[in-house]
Design a protein around this ligand. Structure first.
Ligand code: F6P
Length: 319
């Protein structure tokens, strides 16, 4: 294989640039050409491609976002769109593709593989919602961003003796809320995997207040519901003044942590190695300290389970 394509797709995540850098530099080191595809599958369909060299990826390892930009492509979901994409792949002589993104991007990668374009997926999403891997690229940075926000909100929460609901991203996965909640010492963590027990949350708040606690932080995963509505309900039920903060896209930006940079570098390089070994339809992951690869179909079929131990620990420690 002489020419490898690389694209980022779906929601961006901090560390995607580090992964692109690893793909480009490892491929060039092993004698390949690299073509960068702009704006994900949409850019592939519309021929937004350009050759990358060592300098294309200089000075990006610390930058958030993705230099290749990203998109969620409706057109690639159609047979017509995929046909156009395949034509572009052929015209540019791309022999294998690295797709950096989440589950939707992996499904696109599987379609590319079916069309005869060997494709390897690299998990780039802040959500950490892919069950086959311990961590996805960007999750650690997002968690750290939330932890910093918790500290800031706690300061003002204490001054006013208020409760604060902090709503975080993650779609249907509660990992960001769980990890940031544990790291930030939140009083309650509400995640889709467990659901909301409003009376339990209120009991904890009232008990805390009676013990002289001046602040209460409640971490709410977006998959459960909205912070503003929950805040109003809590204030009504407890009489404790409550404010809501929705962290939104602050969680998707910013310089990636060292953890995400290392993970992205290892995973991006591994994806290239797999293509050069003649592999396809695989996604790269991490289990313990080991970089692994799993069949795309299998990886997408594994259902994410709640990390009960961590959830119970957070609950005990937030008494
Ligand atoms: O999948 C990443 C994610 O940030 C989710 O946590 C969130 O629900 C969604 O993307 C937001 O999407 P958009 O950037 O399109 O608003």
């Amino acid at each position: 294989m002489k020419t490898i394509g690389v694209l980022t797709s779906g929601g961006d995540s901090p560390g995607m640039n580090a992964a692109i850098r690893a793909v480009v530099r490892n491929a060039i080191a092993k004698g390949c050409r690299v073509i960068g595809v702009k704006r994900g599958y949409d850019g592939l369909i519309h021929g937004q491609l350009e050759e990358m060299n060592l300098s294309s990826v200089a000075d990006i390892i610390h930058r958030g976002g993705t230099i290749l930009r990203t998109a969620r492509s409706e057109e690639f979901r159609t047979e017509e769109g995929r046909k156009k994409a395949l034509n572009v792949v052929k015209v540019f002589g791309i022999g294998g593709m690295v797709v950096i993104g989440g589950d939707g991007s992996f499904r696109g990668g599987q379609e590319l593989s079916k069309l005869g374009v060997p494709t390897i997926g690299v998990p780039g999403t802040i959500d950490n919602d892919l069950a086959y891997t311990d961590y996805t690229i960007g999750f650690d940075t997002a968690v750290n961003t939330v932890v910093e926000a918790i500290s800031r909100i706690r300061d003002t929460s204490t001054s006013h003796g208020r409760a604060n609901i902090i709503e975080v991203m993650g779609r249907h996965c509660g990992d960001i809320a769980l990890h940031a909640g544990l790291a930030g010492g939140a009083e309650s963590i509400i995640i889709p995997e467990v659901g909301l027990d409003i009376d339990q949350v209120c009991r904890k708040l009232i008990k805390g207040k009676n013990r002289g606690k001046l602040h209460s932080i409640i971490l709410l995963a977006e998959g459960v519901g909205g912070a503003i509505e929950l805040g109003a309900t809590i204030e009504e039920k407890t009489g404790i003044e409550t404010r809501a903060t929705i962290l939104g896209h602050t969680q998707r930006g910013g310089s990636p942590t060292a953890f995400d940079r290392v993970l992205a570098s290892k995973m991006g390089a591994k994806a290239v190695d797999l293509l050069l070994e003649g592999k396809q339809s695989l996604v790269v992951g991490v289990k313990g300290n080991e970089i692994i690869s799993v069949d795309i179909e299998k990886a997408l079929s594994i259902e994410k389970q709640l990390d009960k131990e961590t959830y119970q620990l957070a609950d005990i420690l937030s008494m």
